[in-house]
Design a protein around this ligand. Structure first.
Ligand SMILES: [Zn+2]
Length: 472
């Protein structure tokens, strides 16, 4: 049995001025020795000849530069053509890519793969639950399965499930039927986490809806709301060998999501920036984490909007760590000044001038971490320690430790993120979500949508809806 692996995974905010370029992708190709380290579970399969083509991933950001996309696609297709024919293709995806000026990027990727491998080959894709699924995608793929957790602790299980389903279908000669229900609800990930109600209850239904035969798999997609594309939608998907059973499973999930549409809330208190800082200063525990959510680079924000930093410098809490602003010019100036040097730098607001202008930061350079391609510095200004990086850097615990900062020793730690990922949540004794400006700000109803399908909750709060199943 011969199976090819191909994929492209990123999440693209169409409200962002930042474009993801070719060099923003980490590209792994078939010749790379570490290709299969991405899929440790593959060693369990026997009798399969895997053909690694190309898997590209980029930190979420703005739309992908069309030339970069075309080049990656051409590279993948060339490798795919060189190795065929195949019984199946595993597609390692995210599902919320946007190529500047084009729609349904993943649909285009699958269509191109299908043209090479032919109609008999089975295509199986793994998805982030924040992917937007189109009819073309449902038509072109044979199998699609998405994460069941947000934060996404089941990313590897999901890849494995996509491969398990593919191999089982090939072994047993099954081409699953697919039920697809679009749910006209657009909600941010910060409200729809699976760690609290109602996301936890909705996703907890999934295993019970799968019997392995009639219903082989079920996926609930929250979708990605910061993409002003016609395909933007939540959806329920069921795959299997019994049309009525998969329709019923998809309907159960879709109705449960719809019925709870008004119940989705932030997991922590969500307030304007200054209110979060004031509240954290009053808390008698530490560290208190604050998410600078509007500019969260892991959701597609650019990451250099300095509005929160400006507020922190104005309020001057006694002990606040700010992570982080990418600004290569400011970092270079700080390195030149050296440890102990005094600097005045204009930081941020350069990559994303739409959501905040540069801020003047005067302080002492207190840390320098020379890292190839991504040197990082800390500028201390009163009680505020601002971390500046050369490149966009979504901060995790290890980034703090590398800089010699132990978050647990500080009162307030600000990170450009939405809900806290497990490694940061573990450190936080309390958390707030700042409703800050940026390309992925939480004020969904005031985003200037032009192209998504309406009506859509919560933009059209009084709309009515009943599920309609599309079969593929
Ligand atoms: Zn996601």
């Amino acid at each position: 049995m011969k199976i090819a692996i191909a994929g492209i995974a990123t999440e693209c905010c169409t409200f962002s001025p930042w474009t993801n370029k070719y060099e923003d992708f980490r590209i792994v190709i078939g010749d790379d020795a570490d290709f299969f380290e991405m899929y440790p579970y593959m060693s369990k399969y026997e009798g399969i000849e895997w053909t690694a083509t190309l898997v590209a991933r980029a930190t979420p950001g703005g739309p992908v530069d069309p030339e970069a996309y075309d080049s990656l696609k051409a590279d993948m297709l060339e490798r795919l053509k060189a190795g065929g024919p195949y019984d199946g293709v595993y597609l390692d995806m995210h599902g919320a890519m946007n190529v500047l000026g084009r729609d349904d990027a993943e649909g285009d990727w699958y269509t191109a793969v299908r043209e090479v491998v032919g109609e008999d080959c089975l295509l199986s894709a793994s998805y982030d639950l924040h992917g937007n699924v189109s009819e073309r995608i449902m038509q072109t793929l044979d199998i699609i399965t998405g994460y069941r957790t947000a934060p996404h602790i089941d990313y590897m299980e999901t890849r494995e499930r996509a491969c398990d389903l593919l191999i089982r279908c090939l072994n047993e000669g099954i081409r699953p039927q697919k039920a697809f229900i679009k749910i006209p609800v657009g909600l941010p990930g910060e409200r729809t986490s699976t760690e609290w109600f109602p996301g936890d209850e909705i996703y907890a239904q999934i295993p019970g809806l799968i019997d392995g035969e009639k219903v082989m798999d079920v996926t609930m997609q929250v979708g990605y709301i910061w993409a002003d594309e016609p395909r933007m939608t939540a959806c329920a998907i069921a795959l299997g060998q019994d049309e009525a059973a998969i329709q019923a499973a998809a309907e159960t999930l879709a109705l449960s999501y719809w019925d709870h549409r008004a119940d989705f809330q932030f997991g922590v208190p969500a307030m304007p920036i200054a209110d979060c800082i004031e509240a954290a200063m009053q808390d008698d525990v530490q560290p208190v984490f604050i998410s600078d959510s509007g500019d969260n680079p892991t959701a597609g924000g650019v990451g250099d909007v300095p509005v929160f930093l400006a507020e922190a410098l104005r309020i001057q809490p006694p002990d606040l760590i700010y992570a982080s602003i990418p600004d290569a010019a400011a970092v270079a100036k700080c390195v030149e000044a050296g440890i102990g040097g005094t600097v005045t730098v204009e930081v941020g607001g350069k990559m994303d001038p739409w959501h905040g202008q540069p801020v003047e930061l005067t302080g002492t350079v207190t840390k320098i971490l020379e890292e190839p391609g991504n040197t990082q510095v800390v500028v201390t200004s009163g009680g505020v320690q601002a971390i500046l990086t050369e490149k966009r850097t979504p901060f995790r615990d290890h980034h703090f430790y590398a800089l010699g900062i132990d978050p647990e020793e500080h009162k307030i730690v600000v990170v450009k993120i939405g809900y806290l990922v497990p490694e940061l949540k573990r450190l936080a004794n309390k958390a707030y979500l700042a409703l800050s400006p940026g390309a992925v700000n939480q004020d969904i109803v005031n985003l200037t949508y032009k192209r998504i399908n309406r009506p859509c909750y919560p933009l059209d709060p009084d709309m009515s809806w009943s599920p309609s199943v599309q079969m593929f």
